[in-house]
Design a protein around this ligand. Structure first.
Ligand code: CA
Length: 418
């Protein structure tokens, strides 16, 4: 995709997350006004509910931008997504005849409060990064049993909770749970002491399916992507996870970035999945470059202290693509619905500095991390703010995701002591 120039000046900066090539979809509000659909362009957001009401954006009979969520457009499928995007590009391109009319619907992003961009129908979390799975498996089960026997054949995952997915900027409260250390005979109910982040990408299902879909069909069903921090209580997880996998350890919160970066905007950044150790069965085989070259970083800022970059990695480090995860998800006949969110699994790379969780960065607490402030961290402390950043680098522009941030606030008093 070559670089597109907009009449919105700030969109033409090489460092903006939101050039005309991006056009990510979000839901925003200004002051006390109601939340509404918008698209980010440079340092502004264009109010698409208003633009649609003016008759400048319709691609069919039904309104698509009046529900303060993007599910209505998501449900229409790939051809409609392309038409809608084409229309937006025309409206915001340099020389657009509508510039004067649109100007009054532009708001500074700095004034915008962001909301959940879509209604999450269901949330599934995968475990599809090989470096992460190897690191965690080594810590939990030893190096010889690090990867479970199924791992190189299917993208393994579990059904999470849609109800606890929150938008960037939402505080996350340290949870209580049942903990049992290896040296303790019996478990105790306590606030988690090993609360962690997971650096992931979230893939958002647009068109629904009813029955098994191929990898190519799955790829075409994905509307777009967000950054995703899958907060994890490692001590709750270690006690509860066998044999059915994580449950309460992953149910406190999952934070997503507020802008849906569309598959169309990322198309030019496709890269191949890594070499396969075992050939995948035909229904999961790669059909072309299925991952994206997206640089990812995580910063940690203790309360009232500057942020330290604690990890830098890339989405291309994944073993399975979102399309393969979605295809696998459907093999049993499981219907997939508009608004289903698929977490990639933690994205770690081969180097220590590329590990996408504190569990890995501090190697289970054995090698605490030193922050720029001089403090150390094995796991998160109350008041820590975690921010995920991500962008695909084009020639003179970049496709960015905006921040995915959350602050850990202290546990409440024992919720059952009343
Ligand atoms: Ca996860």
């Amino acid at each position: 995709m070559s670089y597109l120039k907009s009449w919105v000046d700030s969109a033409n900066s090489a460092s903006t997350d939101f050039p005309l090539n991006n056009l990510p979809y979000g839901v925003f509000s200004i002051g006390d006004e109601a939340p509404r659909c918008g698209v980010a362009i440079g340092e502004h957001v264009l109010d698409l509910a208003a633009v649609e009401s003016q008759g400048l954006l319709s691609i069919g009979d039904s309104p698509l931008c009046q529900d303060a969520c993007w599910n209505p457009l998501m449900a229409l499928g790939k051809d409609s997504w392309a038409l809608f995007r084409e229309r937006l590009i025309a409206l915001l391109s340099e020389g657009s005849a509508e510039q004067a009319r649109l100007q009054e619907y532009l708001y500074p992003l700095a004034d915008a409060q962001m909301h959940m961009p879509f209604t999450v129908t269901e949330f599934t979390d995968f475990y599809a990064g090989r470096h992460h799975a190897t690191n965690v498996g080594t810590m939990f089960r030893g190096a010889e049993n690090a990867l479970p026997p199924n791992w190189l054949h299917i993208p393994i995952g579990y059904n999470g909770r849609a109800s606890s997915v929150v938008v960037s900027g939402t505080d996350v409260r340290r949870p209580w749970g049942q903990l049992k250390g290896p040296d303790q005979e019996l478990p105790a109910f306590l606030p988690s002491r090993r609360f962690d982040l997971e650096l992931e990408m979230g893939a958002i299902v647009g068109s629904a399916s009813n029955g098994p879909v191929s990898v190519d069909e799955a790829d075409a069903m994905i509307f777009g992507y967000v950054l995703l921090n899958d907060w994890s209580a490692r001590d709750i997880q270690a006690w509860e996870y066998q044999p059915l996998g994580p449950f309460q350890a992953k149910a406190t919160a999952t934070t997503i970035s507020p802008w849906i970066v569309t598959s169309a905007a990322l198309e030019a950044f496709r890269v191949s999945t890594p070499e396969r150790e075992f050939e995948l069965l035909p229904h999961l085989k790669d059909t072309g470059p299925m991952l994206y070259d997206i640089d990812l970083t995580v910063t940690l800022a203790p309360q009232d202290k500057p942020a330290t970059t604690i990890a830098s990695t890339n989405y291309r480090e994944m073993y399975y693509s979102a399309a393969q995860q979605l295809a696998h998800h459907s093999t049993s006949g499981c219907p997939m619905r508009t608004g289903d969110l698929l977490g990639s699994g933690t994205i770690s790379g081969p180097e220590r500095s590329m590990r996408g969780s504190l569990l890995e960065l501090s190697w289970g607490g054995k090698e605490p991390l030193t922050l720029d402030s001089g403090e150390t961290r094995s796991f998160l402390e109350d008041g820590d703010t975690l921010t995920l950043h991500g962008h695909a680098q084009g020639d003179g522009f970049r496709i960015g995701f905006g921040d995915c941030a959350g602050t850990l606030v202290p546990a409440l008093d024992d919720p059952y002591a009343r």
